[in-house]
Unconditional design. Structure first.
Lengths: 469, 229
């Protein structure tokens, strides 16, 4: 029998049993919809990760120093609270609340005998605190007992002595009281002291104006760049904010630029909410040198990141032999986030596969019933010359078509459901690949679970099949 | 072997297991049908006539003996060959019509041709020739459930004729019909016989058997009488 004729027979049978086909395919509908949605959520998660890390350069290494905790209680020279890992500290009289994980991690609130940027020149306090650190066993590492503040000199050293770097920058964050624009009472905002190349290295784009210039850094100009949300919150709109004045710690700063909206970020400064000022300006007017900056270096070749990390450690060890720096590799962070996302996606796909198996068993059961119901029909077909192959193919194709119909309905359903899920803040990226995979799964389900009933049908003895009631 | 013989059976035996007992249904049956003959196999219920028909129709196997259909040795044929023989050599007409209820008259009639691998267009063309003769032209797109018993049996006859088989094998063709419809079907058989078709008809009704050119009696699995009507 021609394959087209078998398909024609299948069509006739399916049309005759529309409702049964629909009910049979429900398992596959759910499975297919789940597959498409799971893949869409997986892709959405991946895109989320990409978005959250988009201000990170893949070759970026964040270098910070975290002082052992037990030594911090003996810090001097700060009015801020003792800080833990991941919380910025600063001097200058303003309380610093924890700012969350979106800021460069740094600690070390005590001011040691360092030059303007914090390079250690003495070590009395650090030695003192180190003694207590040793006594109380505080801190994650017995090495990190000194108060060390990374500086532009350290950054220059790294740039000069670490081969394979394409660029470097240094930044810090602090919480400051802000007023101006529509703000009636002062509000606390994250203020980031950066160099002029920070925007480029962090992939920040401007909505209005320009980012901070080298001249601003050099002259310690009171100029700032507002993050998109900060501009809206303080001035009502980005347009109104541009070229206005904002008061940071009671000093007026001209808004020289507004950043384009960046979205949520998982790593680095949350640019939308922050106010960016020249690195040196912040030190002069806001924090003094009591800061824990993060140096960011960019490896020219991302494949060479391990070597660069080793070289960075070597160069820093020559300046700070007893310190252990936290070096965070942006690529690894991205990879880890993607890996966990992949794991989640695989887990969800495994769940969807289970749904498919259950759907397939449903199809198999219905086909068994169908073979039973149509035994006489099979007998007739065999009596008039239908071969085993014809019967097998007919039932197999019926199973495949039921699955495929279920798959198509499932895919369509997923496209209907996706806006609903999106409205529940679940990021989804629907894709043709997901839909095709779901249809493929459906087809495989039909083929696998349809085979046995079809084979049983094809093996029926004509005379017995004909005489069945 | 006589080349005119369509059916040639020698010493056919068939038994079924009924629990521990073996029930002999056919006992050394010798039976032959010549080309162009209209033969009735007459016998009461349980005489083995349906088993004989199933064996003639290559739908059932036999334990011993030899059987050739249109020169093809059936006992040596495998399932695939038997399928081909059923499709090419035999046209079945059943008591309960055995039409596929979900198909239209046309689809039922052309099914053996489609099974043979013919394309739909050619099959439909052959169908038109047959249905015109059987007066079914107006009913081609109806479902069997929309037809009377006589019409359904005519559809079954059309299906059997459509593939131009060597043998028309009818199992109680009037068993489910009223007298008028039954007579109409038997007249049709006579007409088909006159047109040169070989017909074997199974029946338990002597009045029906009388329509045949020749009657073979079967009782308790034995063919013992051979009458030319």
């Amino acid at each position: 029998m021609r394959f087209s004729e078998i398909l024609h027979l299948v069509k006739l049978n399916l049309i005759q049993n529309k409702f049964k086909v629909l009910l049979t395919s429900i398992g596959v509908v759910v499975g297919a919809a789940t597959i498409v949605i799971v893949i869409a959520i997986g892709r959405g998660g991946k895109a989320d990760v990409a978005d959250q890390f988009r201000n990170l350069n893949a070759g970026a290494l964040d270098i910070s120093y975290e002082q052992a905790q037990g030594t911090k209680g003996f810090s001097f020279g700060t009015s801020g609270s003792p800080t833990g890992a991941g919380m910025p500290s600063f001097s200058g009289g303003n309380f610093t609340p924890p700012s969350g994980g979106d800021m460069p991690s740094f600690s070390g609130s005590s001011r040691s005998s360092k030059d303007e940027s914090g390079r250690s020149s003495g070590g009395f306090f650090s030695g003192f605190s180190g003694m207590f650190s040793g006594l109380f066993g505080g801190g994650k590492d017995s090495k990190n007992t000194e108060n060390i503040t990374l500086s532009t000199e350290d950054m220059d050293d790294l740039t000069a002595f670490v081969p394979g770097l394409s660029d470097s920058t240094i930044s810090y964050t602090t919480k400051q009281n802000i007023y101006g624009g529509n703000i009636e009472e002062t509000e606390s905002y994250t203020v980031a002291g950066t160099l002029s190349n920070y925007a480029e290295l962090s992939n920040l784009s401007m909505l209005f104006g320009d980012y901070l210039s080298d001249a601003d850094i050099e002259n310690k100009t009171k100029v700032c760049v507002l993050g998109y949300n900060a501009a809206k919150q303080i001035f009502g709109s980005a347009e109104d904010a541009y070229d206005s004045l904002v008061y940071i710690d009671d000093r007026p700063y001209t808004v020289g630029g507004i950043l384009a909206e960046q979205g949520t970020v998982e790593s680095g400064i949350s640019a939308d909410e922050a106010i960016f000022i020249p690195y040196a300006t912040g030190i002069k007017y806001l924090t003094g040198s009591d800061i824990s900056p993060t140096i960011t270096v960019i490896a020219a070749d991302v494949n060479n990141i391990d070597t660069v990390i080793e070289n960075v450690k070597t160069v820093l060890a020559s300046s700070y032999p007893n310190a252990e720096f936290t070096i965070s590799d942006a690529g690894s962070k991205m990879e880890a986030a993607n890996k966990s996302n992949r794991t989640l996606t695989l887990m969800l796909i495994a769940m969807a596969s289970i749904v498919f198996i259950i759907g397939g068993i449903g199809i198999m059961n219905v086909l068994f019933v169908s073979v039973k119901e149509r035994t006489q029909e099979i007998g007739i077909l065999k009596a008039i010359g239908g071969s085993r192959k014809d019967i097998l193919l007919e039932f197999m194709m019926e199973a495949c078509c039921i699955s495929l119909i279920g798959g198509l309905i499932g895919v369509a359903t997923s496209f209907v459901i996706s806006p609903v899920l999106s409205s529940l803040s679940i990021r989804m990226e629907m894709s043709a690949a997901g839909a095709l995979l779901a249809l493929g799964f459906s087809l495989v389900t039909g083929t696998v679970f349809g085979f046995y009933p079809a084979w049983k049908a094809s093996k029926l003895v004509p005379v017995e099949a004909l005489s069945s009631e | 072997m006589d080349t005119e013989q369509i059916i040639s059976m020698q010493n056919i035996c068939k038994s079924y297991k009924m629990g521990q007992e073996e029930l002999k249904v056919l006992k050394n049956v010798d039976f032959s049908v010549n080309k162009g003959e209209f033969t009735a196999i007459l016998g009461p219920s349980g005489s083995g006539k349906s088993t004989l028909m199933n064996i003639i129709g290559c739908m059932d196997t036999f334990d011993s003996g030899s059987y050739s259909l249109n020169g093809i040795p059936i006992q040596q044929s495998k399932e695939r060959e038997l399928t081909k023989i059923r499709n090419h050599e035999i046209g079945f007409i059943f008591q309960n019509y055995h039409l596929i209820p979900t198909y239209t008259v046309m689809q039922n009639i052309i099914m053996p041709l489609l099974m043979r691998g013919e394309n739909r267009k050619s099959a439909e063309k052959q169908c038109y020739e047959v249905v015109e003769m059987l007066g079914l032209s107006e009913r081609l797109h109806h479902k069997p459930s929309e037809l009377s018993g006589g019409q359904r049996q005519r559809v079954a006859i059309a299906r059997a004729l459509c593939s131009k088989p060597s043998l028309l094998l009818a199992d109680e063709p009037t068993g489910a019909l009223d007298q008028n419809s039954g007579t109409e079907v038997l007249r049709l058989f006579t007409k088909l016989h006159e047109m040169g078709n070989t017909i074997v008809m199974i029946t338990h009704d002597l009045n029906v058997a009388k329509w045949a050119q020749r009657t073979v009696h079967i009782v308790d699995g034995e063919v013992f009488e051979n009458i030319v009507n």
